[in-house]
Design a protein around this ligand. Structure first.
Ligand code: ADP
Length: 489
């Protein structure tokens, strides 16, 4: 069968593959175990037969030493009592065969025995055997051609001994019992293997269902998701292990994708909304001027100013989006130089001082006496801190407090913005750095949900990190942490 044909026949279903592989493995293991135990059994049996033959030789030799007549009598008695059934005993001296007992079933094959004996005696081996396979006699055996091919029904294991008077005693023991046993054993093993094999294929098929079910569930869920239902999830299997892990991770991935798609849709709505407002305003002011037959220069100027203002808002939004895209793609170009964090804090403080007063939020600045220098891009850093202060003011109601501080410790320099504002619920905290994410679902405050994503991108580009701690209704703390000893450079 060609390889291609095998490939075509090889089932596509994982379950069928498992079952076939299991059955093949079972078969190989069984063949191995059976052959191995067969060999062991054979050896064991043979060594026992050898022991028996040697024992017999010893015994007869002992009788012979006492008196050759005694040996004859013993042989005769044993023969009469039918105790030499499977045994071949021959005693011979120069003048010929003195005694011979031929195994019962071998009677008709006496000549074969004769030739085996010739071979045996001439070869001088301790052990020799007449096999039931074709027995080819060597040339020097010097026997008739008829004897060159002898078919024995069973095996005979024999040994000989030269007695003190020069005569030769040969004892051979039949291995027939073992061969019959092996045949019966083999047949029952074969039947047993067939039955166990069939049962194990069935059990394998049923068990593999459990194994493959999580994968089938995975395939089904993937199909459902691919057809557009993002909320589909794979049932997590009861067992622990790789499949459970895979299912869990797969579901986590789906959660994340669903979250991202949701945020994207939401964000698109937000962007559309944030773009539509200034565009509507532009249209309204341009149309109101156009409707007048003779607008004054002042009216024209005002309309143009409105248009410019709204266009700037649109520009800011688009810029922020592009800035962020650039920062997140890791292409943000930093102009690094030694920067005193206190200076950055002071500048941002200056930017927001007025605004905080207008909002009725107390903005305070807490700086150490010594300069806190880090390697940074001052413009980008200011942008990040401004975003944090902007948020702090935006989410802190009138009468609240916002603090901008710089601290320095052995391990890190920090620029911290704290507020006593509305705080962020714990479940929202991991998401606030996502692009276009806004925890404030009511959209009561202005914002695009881009600020913190940009802050994080800038901070990462500086090889620093950002820490958030926030309690709803109490306030938030955002810290930009610059590790010392490994200044970004
Ligand atoms: P936004 O333009 O909406 O401020 P950000 O990315 O800056 O976007 O912030 C994402 C969300 O994180 C905000 O919509 C708000 O819900 C929450 N947030 C950020 N800073 C604060 C803060 N200081 N206090 C409370 N909530 C905050």
């Amino acid at each position: 069968m060609s390889l291609n044909k095998v490939k075509r026949l090889w089932p596509r279903s994982l379950r069928a593959r498992f079952t076939i592989l299991g059955a093949v493995l079972f078969l190989i293991a069984t063949i191995f175990i059976v052959s191995f135990s067969g060999v062991l059994l054979h050896r064991e049996f043979e060594s026992r037969v050898q022991e028996a033959v040697l024992g017999q030789l010893d015994r007869y030799a002992r009788f012979d030493r006492q008196s050759p007549i005694r040996l004859f009598r013993t042989l005769q008695r044993e023969h009469e009592q039918n105790r030499l059934r499977g045994t071949w005993v021959r005693l011979q001296n120069v003048s010929g065969v003195l005694w011979e007992t031929v195994p019962a079933d071998w009677e008709q094959d006496r000549e074969a025995l004769e030739s085996v004996l010739v071979v045996h005696l001439k070869s001088g081996d301790d052990w020799s055997r007449a096999t039931r396979e074709r027995y080819e006699l060597p040339d020097w055996a010097n026997v008739d051609d008829d004897h060159h091919r002898i078919q024995f029904e069973e095996e005979l294991l024999m040994a000989s001994r030269v007695l003190p008077d020069g005569s030769v005693l040969v004892v051979g023991e039949s291995l027939a019992r073992f061969q019959i046993f092996i045949r019966v054993f083999g047949r029952s093993i074969f039947r047993g293997v067939l039955i166990i094999g069939a049962v194990s294929v069935l059990v394998g098929w049923l068990l593999s269902r459990r194994l493959v079910l999580p994968l089938q569930n995975l395939v089904r869920t993937t199909e459902t998701v691919a057809s557009g239902t993002l909320s589909a999830r794979v049932p997590v299997p009861d067992s622990t292990g790789e499949l459970e892990e895979l299912t869990r991770l797969f579901n986590q991935m789906l959660d994340r994708i669903e979250g991202l798609v949701g945020t994207m849709n939401e964000s698109l709505d937000n962007v559309a909304h944030d773009l539509r407002t200034p565009l509507t305003k532009i249209r309204a002011s341009v149309e109101s001027v156009l409707q007048r037959p003779d607008p004054s220069a002042e009216e024209l100027r005002e309309a143009l100013l409105d248009t410019a203002e709204e266009a700037e808002k649109i520009g800011t939004l688009l810029n922020a989006l592009m800035n962020l895209a650039e920062a997140q793609a890791g292409t943000l170009k930093l102009q690094k130089q030694p920067v005193d964090l206190r200076r950055v804090a002071e500048e941002v403080f200056g930017l927001y001082e007025m605004l905080s007063e207008e909002q009725g939020v107390a903005l305070t600045l807490e700086l150490p006496e010594e300069a806190v220098t880090v390697e940074a891009d001052p413009i980008r850093l200011r942008q990040a801190v401004a975003n944090l202060v902007d948020n702090a003011l935006k989410f802190t109601p009138e009468g609240g407090r916002t603090t901008l501080s710089v601290t320095v410790e052995a391990a890190a320099a920090q620029l911290v913005v704290t507020d006593t504002g509305i705080g962020i619920p714990p479940e929202e905290q991991p998401r606030i750095f996502e692009r276009l994410y806004r925890a404030d679902k009511s959209r009561a405050t202005q914002g695009l949900g881009l600020g913190l994503s940009l802050v994080q991108a800038i901070v990462r580009a500086h090889e620093a990190h950002i820490e958030v701690a926030s309690v709803p209704e109490e306030g938030s703390r955002f810290a930009l942490v610059f590790p010392k000893g490994a200044p970004s450079g």
